[in-house]
Design a protein. Structure first.
Length: 223
């Protein structure tokens, strides 16, 4: 089963779509990846409004004119960052869907994502993108599509684990998928200054996610 099934809406009607499809060996892909990495850091440090196109070009080691050849606006960069992260998650879910035990594979993926996002300080970026999405409709749409697509990946895995059809799974476990997306996203934006509090909250988040997955798994066990 392919995670990019037809029932998942197209994520972007934007040239940034192509970024996720460029070959990993392509020099263009490597250059775009470097630009996005620099922009990710700049947005996290200065915020969407605080980081100018000049700042982003400087962070990428490029002239402003050359930078505009890749991205016409800050909104386009954010859309590309979202597309990049969504493509990465799609690859992760291929492994989940290929597993003999999708529920167990999802538990492992969730734990890995919590650690990765918190250790890489992605939270500051996603907090900024979330705030910006309330002011910029195009970014709000991109964020909404991303969350829908990730929930779609989860639903496909739920369907495989339970033997239900996708339609049945969406009706029974759509809220379960949305809850998991919300919890993982929120955990990434958790303040970093209190390690003990963060550890305790992580434990609670994982417990809730485990309980959510247990409900899905129990449905499959009942047939």
């Amino acid at each position: 089963m392919n995670v990019h099934s037809d029932w998942i809406p197209a994520v972007f009607n934007h040239p940034a779509d192509a970024i996720a499809e460029i070959s990993a060996d392509s020099p263009a892909d490597q250059r775009v990846a470097a630009i996005l990495a620099a922009a990710r850091q700049a947005f996290a440090e200065k915020g969407f409004d605080g980081a100018s196109m000049q700042d982003l070009a400087r962070a990428a080691g490029m002239s402003v004119g050359n930078f505009y050849r890749y991205f016409a606006s800050k909104a386009a960069i954010v859309e590309a960052l979202i597309a990049h992260d969504l493509a990465e998650m799609g690859h992760d879910f291929e492994a989940v869907l290929g597993s003999d035990d999708p529920i167990a594979a999802m538990r492992q993926q969730v734990r890995a994502k919590l650690v990765k996002h918190q250790c890489s300080h992605d939270g500051a970026l996603w907090a900024e993108i979330t705030a910006t999405s309330l002011r910029k409709p195009e970014i709000g749409i991109a964020c909404g599509h991303m969350e829908t697509a990730i929930a779609g990946y989860l639903t496909q895995a739920f369907a495989k684990a339970t033997g239900l059809t996708l339609e049945q799974t969406r009706k029974r476990f759509g809220a379960h998928a949305a809850l998991m997306v919300m919890l993982v996203k929120s955990s990434a934006m958790m303040p970093q200054h209190d390690e003990q509090m963060r550890s305790d909250l992580n434990g609670l988040i994982l417990r809730i996610i485990d309980q959510t997955l247990d409900e899905v798994a129990a449905s499959g066990a009942k047939g």
